[in-house]
Design a protein around this ligand. Structure first.
Ligand code: NAD
Length: 503
């Protein structure tokens, strides 16, 4: 058995579902074909959505703590399969095994969170202005939730959405990235195991897959029976999906691109800043939405600190992401490599001085796109970079005034993650105050990437404004009812309006 066959078998993946289909799947590790799965047709999509509506109608009336029990069992099954699923994540999207395992851990964490949440879907009781009246808020399940996910977090993003949606009483339909359908098939196989252990309360079709490209995703996006669409991917995708969902008065949760920056102040603990920046910039080969793409270093420490970063860039261990010790795996595909080359060429044209860059390990892996992460010192007139290139390119700038650094950090279309390294309390508080970072994530003395599930995750501006995962993100998966009860024998109107109707 090959390594991939062993992984497939360990996860109970049906061999037949992995061959003979029209969607070919290649591992970024060496470009080898690992599967050919069947894409769904428009007709299939119709059936899947209809089935999801039926499942929702049954599931919404199962008590929420009982719904939580299913998610608890799923979390247990994920614990049992963490190693194999983590390996599959690595095999299919190319992130290093430590990060593949981390992604599965994130799934487990959100399951734990959702189990607790299943007993805490609280509404408010609100005082009424009218005598002998009570007002309350009740949260009800919203309906089938459509989840569209990106290749770079092939399992965790689905789990963030699905674990919450399921305890909230919704059914889910998952359109994974066309680049990573096998991990989705594995998650679904494990979910069906959980349903079996759970019993008959889990209706058929509670969680389903919709396999295919953007065209198939668009069918779900346009369908009124799917009131919530959670879409993770590029800003270009969100620009299409957002208005299409809005046009039919659906609700979208958009989790789009980032252009994240770190400010390194003169008082910073430079060892921490160094670790945080390198992990943020080269981890996942620069293919995280929260990847550190820009650094603003104070002029007084620039030469020494940037020198240290450049040295580290020369020593990164690039290689097979399944092997221990590798820090940087491959890019997802040739297109990603070409985009990186294009961005570096443009940077050079504008006076950027590039350390690193270029293809690595091309002889060993002619069909695998490994690259040397690049650090680009933008000197001269260019004092910012506005686009997200989904590759390990770190643009470095110097600054003299903290206000200017924050303004430049904010002066991009995206607003996902940001950080400052400083030991100056005033600077730290300015960075996180209303006039500071305009991002959804603003960290102090930790980097831009590697969020915990307990907080609400997401960003502003072209990042889409959606929030997922912890805090009160669950509210987006439910509908709110305000209910006023009159227990008097009169019918006073709000605002004291007189409206006397004679018999
Ligand atoms: P992508 O936009 O190419 O694709 C993402 C998903 O959207 C895929 O499943 C794709 O099939 C689907 N899609 C694309 N156009 C669609 C349409 N018109 N209708 C319906 N579905 C459509 O993104 P990608 O290359 O897979 O991922 C990288 C991007 O995702 C980066 O920009 C990254 O920053 C972003 N991302 C954001 C977050 C976040 O939480 N903010 C997380 C991960 C990735």
């Amino acid at each position: 058995m090959t390594q991939e066959q062993e992984i497939f078998a360990a996860l109970g993946l049906d061999r037949k579902a992995l061959s003979g289909g029209d969607l070919e799947v290649f591992s970024p590790i060496d470009g080898a074909k690992i599967a050919a799965v069947k894409m769904h047709s428009a007709k299939d999509a119709e059936k899947i959505i209809a089935k999801s509506v039926k499942a929702f109608e049954a599931w919404r009336s199962v008590p929420a703590p009982r719904r939580g029990e299913l998610v608890r069992i799923y979390g247990e099954i994920l614990r049992e399969n963490k190693e194999a699923l983590g390996q599959l994540v690595t095999l299919e999207c190319g992130k290093i095994l430590q990060e593949g395992l981390g992604e599965v851990q994130e799934m487990i964490d959100i399951c734990d969170f959702a189990v607790g949440l299943s007993r805490q879907l609280y509404g408010l009781t609100i005082t009424s202005e009218r005598p002998a009246h009570k007002m309350r808020e009740i949260w009800h399940p919203a309906g089938p939730v459509g989840i569209i996910s990106a290749f770079n977090f092939p399992v965790a993003v689905w789990a963030w959405n699905a674990a919450l949606a399921l305890v909230c009483g919704d059914s889910v339909i998952w359109k994974p990235s066309e680049k990573t359908p096998v991990t989705a098939l594995a998650c679904q196989a494990l979910f069906l195991q959980a349903c079996k252990r759970f019993g008959t309360d889990a209706p058929d079709g509670l969680s389903q897959l919709l396999i295919g490209d953007r065209e198939i995703g668009a069918i779900m996006v346009d369908d009124q029976r799917v009131p919530v669409i959670s879409a993770t991917g590029s800003c270009a995708m969100g620009r299409i999906v957002g208005p299409r969902v809005a046009q039919r008065f659906g609700r979208s949760i958009l989790e789009l691109g980032g252009n994240n920056a770190i400010i390194v102040a003169p008082s910073a603990d430079l060892d921490l800043a160094f670790q945080g920046i390198v992990f943020g910039a080269v981890g996942t080969a620069g293919q995280r939405c929260t990847t550190t793409r820009r650094v603003f270093v104070h002029k007084s420490i620039y030469a020494k600190f940037v020198g240290r970063l450049k040295k580290a860039y020369g020593k990164l261990s690039i290689g097979n992401p399944l092997e221990a010790g590798t820090l940087v795996g491959p890019l997802i595909d040739k297109q990603a490599y070409e985009n990186m080359e294009k961005a570096l060429k443009a940077a050079k044209k504008h006076g950027g001085v590039v350390t690193g860059g270029g293809r690595a390990l091309a002889k060993q892996y002619p069909k695998g796109y490994y690259v040397n992460p690049a650090l680009v010192e933008m000197k001269g007139k260019v004092d910012n970079v506005h686009e997200e290139t989904f590759a390990p390119i770190l643009y470095v700038f110097s600054y003299t005034d903290i206000k200017d650094a924050i303004a430049r950090q904010n002066a991009v279309p995206q607003g996902l993650s940001s950080a400052i390294f400083t030991n100056d309390l005033r600077e730290a508080e300015v960075f996180t105050c209303e006039a500071g970072s305009d991002c959804g994530i603003a960290n102090v003395n930790i980097g831009t990437s590697g969020a915990e599930i307990g907080g609400a995750f997401g960003g502003e501006k072209e990042t889409g404004g959606g929030r997922e995962s912890g805090s009160d993100s669950w509210k987006a998966y439910m509908r709110r009812v305000t209910s006023t009860v009159n227990y008097s024998d009169k019918l006073p109107l709000a605002q004291g309006i007189a409206f006397n109707v004679g018999d």
